[in-house]
Design a protein around this ligand. Structure first.
Ligand SMILES: Cc1cc2nc3c(=O)[nH]c(=O)nc-3n(C[C@H](O)[C@H](O)[C@H](O)COP(=O)(O)OP(=O)(O)OC[C@H]3O[C@@H](n4cnc5c(N)ncnc54)[C@H](O)[C@@H]3O)c2cc1C
Length: 430
């Protein structure tokens, strides 16, 4: 009998628990450790921030769902992982031993790296549903008293799609409130060009996003390093391709949302052999850590090298489908180890993303994520908004019903030809 622990019950962790449960032997035990007992669908946060969704509509109480599935839940959260001792120290002081650990803790949000950044400082965030609720109050204040807005993603961020998404959603929400004419908008990003997205662009994302920004009167500053944020004033240094200073900007704002840089969570950061210097879990092609081979990583918490050289640090995004393929590979591999076999499953790591603008949107598929690619496709239209709403509905349904994959999902993904993007392939270790 083996004890399997999944650390983190976000988008990756919860699906991981369901898929792992299906691959266990009778008698094996599985426990999910999370900060709290609620699952929250992060991709809906931009909608929460403008009042198009209530937090309860995008959240699921995990206890009854996991109980039904025979999965234990420890909502205390982890204080520290002790991989040499095969145990997790929980926040209540207790200790949870494991035979196999799958880390899915998502990111720690590094607001502290820029003075004044973040919801405890002078900018809003949509990374957590509680932040999105706070941003909604600031949005309401903006509608009452309109003024300049700054949206974007700072140096070191690895999640650019939601920054664009939020800029366009905010534009749509302000137009609906008939206040857009009183709100000058600036998009600030560390990317070398609009539409880079941490992936050196996908298909025509550069033209599509630049054109959408022009159409919606959103100005932009690329290669932008945010140096500090004071109440109502953002200091930005624009750099040249070689990283030298090009220009300084002082941007006044009454509302701002900037995505921060990510790093590993305190429970794992600095553990030698387990994490890289930023605290991300280092893994091989089988999602397995080399120093601690009974530890695996899935989701935003894993280390991925940047796609190419940029003037400012620009990280590679980890999107939903990519995370799901990591999950499927990990369930296969831990399942193999439980049966005395070696891991062979490798995730495809394709970037598939739907970026909603509130009324239309753009979609892109990068396969593989690092160019040159076999599939390098992007498109735009009203269908993207509808597809995103559909994705939210079936993902939340899947979580509520404790299913790792629904019939509907399989059908839709098959029809769209995306199913194969979540597939894994087999490759033995060298
Ligand atoms: C605003 C936003 C919008 C996004 N939109 C999209 C999108 O539309 N499409 C897409 O494909 N991708 C999107 N992404 C990217 C990605 O899919 C999400 O970030 C996704 O939630 C990542 O899943 P995860 O499981 O790695 O981390 P998370 O979903 O963040 O989950 C991490 C979990 O670990 C838990 N945890 C953390 N520390 C501990 C601890 N010490 N002990 C126990 N538990 C802990 C947390 O409580 C949380 O439940 C978006 C990201 C953001 C930030």
């Amino acid at each position: 009998m083996a004890k399997i622990v999944v650390l983190g019950a976000g988008l990756g962790g919860i699906i991981m628990a369901y898929e792992m449960k299906a691959k266990m032997r009778p008698g094996d035990e599985i426990t999910v450790v999370n900060l709290g007992s609620t699952y929250s669908f992060v991709p809906s946060n931009p909608w929460v921030a403008v009042g198009w969704r209530k937090p309860e509509e995008t959240s699921v109480a995990l206890e009854p769902v996991l109980k039904r599935k025979g999965i234990a839940l420890r909502p205390e959260g982890a204080k520290r992982v002790h991989p040499k001792e095969n145990r997790i120290e929980l926040n209540d002081g207790s200790s949870l031993p494991y035979d196999y650990l799958i880390i899915a803790t998502g990111p720690d949000l590094a607001f502290d790296e820029i003075p004044g950044l973040g919801p405890n400082g002078n900018t809003q965030s949509i990374c957590h549903v509680d932040h999105a609720v706070q941003a909604k109050a600031a949005f309401d204040a903006l509608v009452k008293k309109p003024g300049p807005v700054v949206i974007g993603a700072v140096q070191g961020a690895s999640c650019y799609g939601p920054a664009y998404e939020f800029a366009f959603i905010l534009d749509t929400a302000l137009r609906r409130a008939k206040k857009r004419d009183q709100v000058p908008m600036t998009f600030v990003t560390a990317e070398p060009y609009i539409g880079h997205l941490g992936l050196d662009g996908v298909g025509d994302t550069k033209s599509l996003l630049e054109s959408a920004m022009r159409e919606r009167h959103i100005k932009w500053i690329t290669n932008a390093k945010v140096t500090k944020v004071e109440p109502g004033k953002m200091s930005v240094e624009e750099v040249n391709e070689d990283g030298t200073r090009k220009a300084g900007h002082e941007l006044p704002f009454v509302f701002s949302m900037l995505l921060p840089a990510f790093r590993g969570v305190p429970a794992v950061i600095g553990i030698e052999g387990l994490t890289n210097p930023r605290g991300f879990i280092t893994i091989d092609k089988h999602q397995r850590n080399a120093a601690f081979p009974n530890v695996f990583g899935v989701g935003v918490c894993v280390a991925i090298p940047p796609v190419g050289k940029t003037a400012l640090p620009v990280g590679v995004p980890k999107t939903g489908f990519m995370i799901e393929s990591m999950v499927t590979a990990t369930a296969e591999n831990v399942g193999a180890l439980l049966r005395g076999k070696e891991p062979q499953a490798v995730a495809t790591w394709n970037a598939v993303c739907l970026a909603d603008f509130g009324d239309e949107g753009i979609a892109f598929i990068a396969q593989p994520q690092i160019p040159p690619r076999n599939v390098n496709w992007s498109s735009s239209g009203k269908w993207v908004h509808a597809a995103k709403v559909g994705f939210e509905k079936y993902f939340l349904r899947k979580i509520r019903h404790g299913q790792s994959e629904t019939f509907y999902e399989n059908l839709v993904l098959d029809v769209l030809g995306i199913k194969k993007l979540k597939d894994i392939h087999l490759e033995p270790a060298e």
